[in-house]
Write a protein of this length. Structure first.
Length: 290
């Protein structure tokens, strides 16, 4: 399998995880007023005040046209796919009305200065990038609700400690991205309902995760976890917990405290039949997949 096919295969897997947790959304239908989605930057710049949705896929962006991006003051939805970019144009930070931004298949290594100034940004996706971290100012994206980082190609990826102060974040998906550490500020999330950290090389989940009282979905698939922290059982609103394909040999009896848990997926671990039988007793109303 060549690199391009591998990328799209991993992208498909990541999307499948997302679909399982929540029905896929079409951003170009959800955001912005009804109307045309422009697919060519040159054409969009002919009537810049009329452009609300811009989808630039599989095309190299002319550097001369990049300089004119600030004219697109009304753009609310923007997707860049396979544009051979290693850096995002600095001019993008002038799009103050942006609600949705996706960067797919561009090996960008950093975000432009001022990226934290997108006051309206609600949904953000990076797929196939080469980011090693997010800047401190990322925490200024006060209206951000959904963040996805998939198939990141850097050796490791680092969240700044300020990351947990995204007060409106409700969904975080990190897939096939080697995580350095998780900041303690994860405990500061006030509205996070869905957290996916899959194929991230995690050997440990920080105890602070138990403080995210709003969590309803937690997916920790395909890591190197031997155990879950006891604090995870403080997640009273948790409905779906998946720890598929880890190295877990037992789960603490306090899992019975997860009264609202509907699905527990423990496939691909090392729990014995006796342990699974105990789980069924502790969680009589929960569907256990093993």
């Amino acid at each position: 399998m060549n690199k391009q096919n591998l990328f799209f295969f991993l992208l498909f897997i990541g999307t499948s995880i997302r679909l399982f947790a929540q029905e896929e959304r079409d951003a170009f239908e959800m955001y912005g007023p009804p109307g045309e989605t422009y697919t060519n930057l040159k054409e969009a710049l002919k009537e810049p005040k009329q452009v609300y949705k811009l989808k630039l896929d599989y095309q190299v962006i002319d550097p001369k046209l990049q300089l004119k991006i600030p004219k697109l003051t009304e753009v609310q939805v923007l997707q860049l796919t396979a544009n051979n970019l290693t850096q995002l144009p600095q001019e993008l930070t002038s799009l103050s009305n942006l609600f949705y931004f996706a960067c797919v298949g561009n090996e960008i290594t950093s975000l432009p200065k001022g990226f934290g100034n997108f006051e309206q940004l609600t949904e953000l996706k990076f797929q196939g990038s080469k980011l090693d971290s997010l800047p401190f100012e990322f925490a200024y994206l006060g209206r951000l609700k959904i963040l996805e980082i998939q198939n990141n190609k850097a050796d490791t990826f680092y969240f700044p400690n300020s990351f947990g102060y995204l007060k409106n974040l409700s969904e975080l998906l990190v897939f096939n991205t080697k995580l350095d550490t998780l900041p303690s500020s994860f405990s500061e999330f006030k509205k996070l309902k869905s957290l996916t950290l899959a194929m991230c090389g995690l050997k440990k989940v920080p105890a602070e995760i138990g403080k995210i009282s709003t969590l309803e979905t937690l997916i920790l698939d395909n890591n190197s976890l031997f155990e879950l922290p006891k604090q995870i059982y403080k997640l009273k609103n948790l409905k779906y917990l998946s720890v598929k394909s880890n190295k877990i040999v037992s789960l603490h009896d306090s899992i019975c405290m997860l009264k609202n848990l509907e699905v527990l997926d423990i496939r691909g671990n090392y729990l014995k039949e006796f342990d699974i039988a105990i789980l069924k007793i502790l969680l009589p109303k929960c569907r256990i997949l093993y």
